[in-house]
Design a protein around this ligand. Sequence first.
Ligand code: BGC
Length: 761
Amino acid sequence: MIFYLTTLTNDPTYCTKMKTLLSCSLLFLSIVVFAQKRVRPVDPIDQKVKALLAKMTLEEKVGQLNQYSGTRDVTGPAGDKTTNKLEDIKQGKVGAMLNIRGVKEIRAVQEVAMQSRLKIPLIFGLDVIHGFRVTFPVPLGETASWDLNAIELSARYTGTQAAAAGVNWTFAPMVDIARDPRWGRVMEGAGEDTYLGSLVAKARVRGLQGKGLGNLDAIMACAKHFAAYGAGLAGREYAAADISDQTLLNVYLPPFKAAVDAGVATLMNSFNTVNGVPATGNSYLQRDILKGQWQFKGFVVSDFGSIGELVAHGYAENQEDAARLAITAGSDMDMESRSYILNLTRLVKERKIPVSVIDDAAGRILRKKFELGLFDDPYRFCNEEREKQVLGDLNESLEAARKVGAKSIVLLKNENQVLPLSKKLKSIAVIGPLAKSNDLKGGWSQGWKNDQIVSLYEGLEAKVGNGTKLLYARGCNFNDTLRTGFAEAVETAKNADVIIAAIGESSGMTGEATSRTDISIPGVQEDLIKALVATGKPLVVLIMSGRPLTFNYTADHANSILYTWWLGSQSGNSMADVLFGDYNPSGKLPITFPRVLGQIPIYYNELSTGRPLLNPKDRAWKSVYMDQPNTPKFAFGYGLSYTTFEYQNLKLDKTKMKGTEKLTVTMDLTNTGKYAGEEVVQLYLQDKFASIARPVKELKDFQKVMLKPGETKKLSFVIDKQKLSFFNQKLKWVAEPGEFKLMIGTASDNIKLKSNFELIN
Ligand code: BGC
């Protein structure tokens, strides 16, 4: 080109040639620009979906939006029992099934779908919440590990095992923020914090969906329950969520957005109303936010029967109205209510719903079927050989369950360093209703039978040598009101060097529809602890539950306390690993533990008050209770280790940052104790002055770090504008210039290093 231009300037016809050259270049440029604008890459799946929709009758399209439950697992009130489901499948009136599992059963039903006119395969969904064959800790417990790799890994095994058994879709992860331990479903999520919850949501989606739909070990994830299901009034299941728009956007929605960003295939909406409008019929949530602002391309399934429940909500007059409202609001698939299959075709024919709405919903579902590869081979997940092989080869996943189980345990107290126990003890008394119990899976468990669960007692047996005698007495059962077993328990305890007592809820006390008004340890179990304390023997208490409980007597009198949640298949082994120091506990609470029920809702990131309690002695006219401190029994982020850590040398690379800049924070962490161990270093921020009151602190980063005794590591955190932003009163995502407080600590109530910085324009 340069050569051409230099020769050109000496040419007498320079001007004409130059003009021609310029216009040619312009023409070329505009062709390029035009081409770039016009030629969007062809999405082959889009083409296939469109082609298929063109062949389908309206009835068949509506059929894709209909999901039935099998009869094996009961996860909700059964719909019309007279429905001949297999006949409906044959007629193309069903798009997906749930609650069928195992290759044999799934294949049999898929074969029926292959008899339908267009042979559109079914999707098979199941609540695979914390493990399919191998059961991992309940999601809340696993979140206490704050170990995103371990969490992703357990989801990976879960996805792999479920896929091998013919399942294409799990209704997980539950990403509902939960601030009320009365609600039984707190066990299913990642706790009270939006930042931690968002990272855990991503890890779980990545784990379940693996390298992407279409791989034989990947299943579709489903972020649920959209939205604010955890904010139900007074912790009661299915109750209304009445919260401000700012709280909805700043606290409850980000984990869903994180799941969408991680490529989650589907969302499930929720039973509750959100600020008056049932989530299932909520256009603001599903059309404006999810499918609009977030550009979500997957599909939304209703919760079990929730479309039909729009009538009970007083939102729809009848089932027909419910169907119209739900589909219009963006609920693509009807789980079990029959409202769609019975009404949508007619509603379209009567022009009450445009056919484009049905096409959009059916198109979203068909797209996932193509992505899963079901049109290439409807039986590709139905390989009995593979099922046998994957579900028969569980060693690695059992090992992962044991490891993540140990990481999930939270050491709440360790007076006089009673833990870790010596392996040379002569005798240990193992006491309590959960000491020998194998029912340690917690709610929503699939596949793994109780008799395959390692109990605490079995875990101890496998850990200690012949020199240590294990003595056992149950003492009482969960709900006992009588103390008849106490004498035997006390006698047993007196004969031992150490007592390990295992108490808590029964495994079925958490999960769906298990709200409680009393979150203390049931029955006379804490009285049993009192009797054991009276023996004067060192006392280690293990508390098992899927929710925070209140246990002030135990907290104040036992020497050591481990909160173990429900750990699943490897429960006893993980517990024994921690009890004897083969794993140094590193779990931190993902949810606040109140002192008393009356403090609920209590969470660390509350909004500021105009009359805060700054000095505990100056309580007059302050935001306090007359009968209790404001502080929880155990705060969010709290958890001890057998070693100790020192936080030092906080440095910020600048004290003023522009919105376009990043601020780097460094600090040194040293293991000052005698055990190797992991610490979860937590970084909190407070926006000191803003256009709306901001939380007193918010988790914005953390690192889980392993250190040998005496070792120091330099940690560095990066703060960008995103971390300083929030939805303001006008619901705009903004970072407001001004001062921020930075706090780094070992728990939300134990800040070790502090500083300030300023965001400038
Ligand atoms: C629950 C969902 C679950 C569904 C299907 C409902 O009752 O709320 O979380 O996925 O049942 O079993």
